[in-house]
Design a binder for this molecule. Structure first.
Ligand SMILES: O=C(O)[C@H]1NCC[C@@H]1O
Length: 342
């Protein structure tokens, strides 16, 4: 066996969505802040290609790099690598990172509750983990301030006509469409069509709107399209289906924590959700994230909510990724049969 690199990974999934965590073998990238370090990773592409591309990765994979925190209050920091983006924040990935940190013993666990602070590229997130028998059973993440941007905006999508959409930021950027109006009841067999259509809608929103984040001028695009199911009032609170199309064309297996945050910001802006409400988002595979609004704030003068999301994650394995110097594809490869819904 020979290798010019050895990257140690603990693999995990949060409510179905893969979120691997690099725990060793990579030196911290240059940068004064975690955001700057994440921009370096996004520009350089070497690590992204190595872990996300085939043969080590695949379109379903997200990988998080643990780095030393910069903020004095943070216990750990992480850089998120998704198939196309290197985003400010991610719900499923932050839940995987928290679970790996606690279940593997990188950070000490206290039962029944462990509180830690993580530094995501977009800012600090406070985490509360319900722990039992050495397992972090449920992770509560206070996500980045989230805000509605456009409500009932008109978006032209070639072949679909004029759609009425909302746009919002929930730690990442969303164009939100009414799933029922698009003919979807959010069943698993609709995944391919949702992925294909979602990418077209995201691309149209990027061409016609673009995102304006008042405090992060680097984040100017929409990453995702959320197909939002109808909100039902049940005895346990609000409940809604959620399917998120991720570039270049797959559907999140989890209910997407950033989408839940963005949706709560939109519902709050419309006066349809308050701090007393709980919203459970349900994914195409039937997994759930729970959300609530724990406060309100402003982002660059724009009204915003402080969302809390919660969900579960499980470790699925340990990998050591290697590179034989004679491997002709050191950066891997992508083909459009799986990288992009056709
Ligand atoms: O839960 C989330 O927010 C994410 N899941 C994969 C893509 C998004 O970052």
């Amino acid at each position: 066996m020979r290798s010019t690199k050895t990257i140690h990974v603990i693999s995990a999934h949060a409510e179905g969505e893969v979120g691997d965590v690099i725990v060793g073998g990579v030196t911290p990238p240059p940068g004064e802040t975690i955001w700057e370090q994440s921009r370096w990773i996004a520009r350089d592409q070497t690590l992204r290609n190595f872990v996300l591309n085939e043969p080590r990765g695949g379109v379903f994979r997200h990988v998080n790099l643990l780095v030393p925190p910069k903020h004095p209050e943070a216990d750990a920091a992480f850089i998120i690598m998704e198939p196309e983006d290197t985003p400010p924040m991610s719900g499923s990935n932050s839940i995987c990172v928290s679970t790996v940190l606690l279940d593997s013993g990188i950070l000490p666990m206290q039962e029944p509750v462990t509180e830690i602070t993580l530094e995501a590229p977009g800012g600090l997130v406070r985490v509360r983990a319900e722990c039992r028998n050495g397992k972090a059973e449920r992770i509560f993440v206070q996500n980045l301030p989230s805000f509605a941007e456009r409500l009932d905006a008109k978006l032209e999508v070639e072949g679909l006509g004029t759609l009425t959409v909302d746009t919002a930021y929930g730690g990442d950027s969303f164009v939100i469409v009414d799933a029922a109006a698009m003919g979807f009841s959010l069943k698993p067999e609709e995944a391919h069509d949702i992925a294909r259509l979602g990418v077209r809608i995201t691309n149209a929103a990027n061409a016609q709107f673009g995102l304006h984040h008042p405090e992060n001028p680097d984040w100017r695009h929409f990453s995702f399209c959320l197909f939002a199911g109808p909100v039902q009032r049940t005895a346990e609170g609000l409940r809604a289906g959620a399917a998120v199309a991720i570039q270049p064309g797959k559907v999140d297996r989890s209910p997407t924590g950033t989408a839940l945050s963005a949706r709560m910001a939109v519902l709050h802006a419309r006066g349809e959700m308050g701090p007393e409400d709980r919203l459970t988002a349900v994914s195409l595979i039937g997994s759930t994230f729970a959300g609530r609004i724990v406060g309100t704030t402003e982002v660059g003068g724009r009204p915003a909510i402080l969302p809390e999301i919660s969900g579960r994650a499980w470790i699925t394995g340990v990998h050591q990724h290697m590179l034989d110097p004679s491997d002709p594809w050191p950066e891997g490869y992508r083909l459009t049969d799986t990288w992009g819904a056709r």
